[in-house]
Design a protein around this ligand. Sequence first.
Ligand code: AN0
Ligand code: CP
Length: 321
Amino acid sequence: MKTFSRVTDLGDLHQALQEAIEIKNDRFKYVELGRNKTLLMVFFNSSLRTRLSTQKAAMNLGMNVIVLDVNQGAWKLETERGVVMDGDKSEHLLEAIPVMGCYCDIIGIRSFAGLKDRNYDYAETVYNQFVQYSGRPVFAMETATVHPLQAFADLITIEEHKEVKRPKVVLTWAPHPKALPQAVPDSFAEWMNVADVDLVVTHPHGYELDPSFVGDAAVEYDQRKALEGADFVYAKNWSCPGVTNPADYGLVLSKDMSWTIDAEHMLWTNNAQFMHCLPVRRNMIVSDDVIESSRSLVIPEAANREISATVVLKRMLEAIR
Ligand code: AN0
Ligand code: CP
């Protein structure tokens, strides 16, 4: 596997889940595979889980790791071609990328959506430049429109905790004070559409997700109706994807607190288990009692980030062996 951003990059999802179980049972099984190989993790944005879990995954495989925080100590990077660089940016990504490729064998990128220009974000401009110019396998650690390591970890978590063969999974929008990217719900919807689950997506009008991710999933604007019979509730805020109205792209259209997942919302479900990728704002997205309850899976999801990253890095190491 030379790139990892979409669910199709993994091939057979069932096989990938088998690999995840194998690695979870013996996470150092492939510790020889990464000997003398170096992972470079490039962060344009903050992280707690991705930073730690991906580093741990690389260590499980015997790799060395270099972390670059672009906004802390590196030259400010220009990302647009054709710009006269007379401002505060000292270096262009088009030189920086091949230079980074000289020092490593695999590259992971975190580059959030700017939420200003829909076409620029949805073209995955930064991620694709790394794929094109680094000469290395590249994987997304949340890029403009996708967070596949999270979706894979969420799928592993659902497989481990499901109580019925084909669970009903509800992806629900919830309020947040600031504009957030669509990468987490995009990937979650994309992966759930391929998984052995029934996906229902619920959000206020105007928050329709991009069709390339949400596919044919059921969309229900009445949150209560959507939650009825749910086995898993996956809460997440996202800003306006600009699908119905491109001019609204990246805006906060609603802060409606009636969408916050609290104990009453959970009563509408089939005793659902609660999920969120974290970091989460308590009592905006979810109430204290729900996230702290025995039906909350937020910590197991985070734990499975190490597993999803180990599978992905293992696949990439096998491709360059
Ligand atoms: C980010 C987001 O919503 O995409 C990262 C989530 C993993 N969240 C925040 O910026 C708070
Ligand atoms: N879920 C997740 O990706 O968390 P971080 O932003 O802390 O890496």
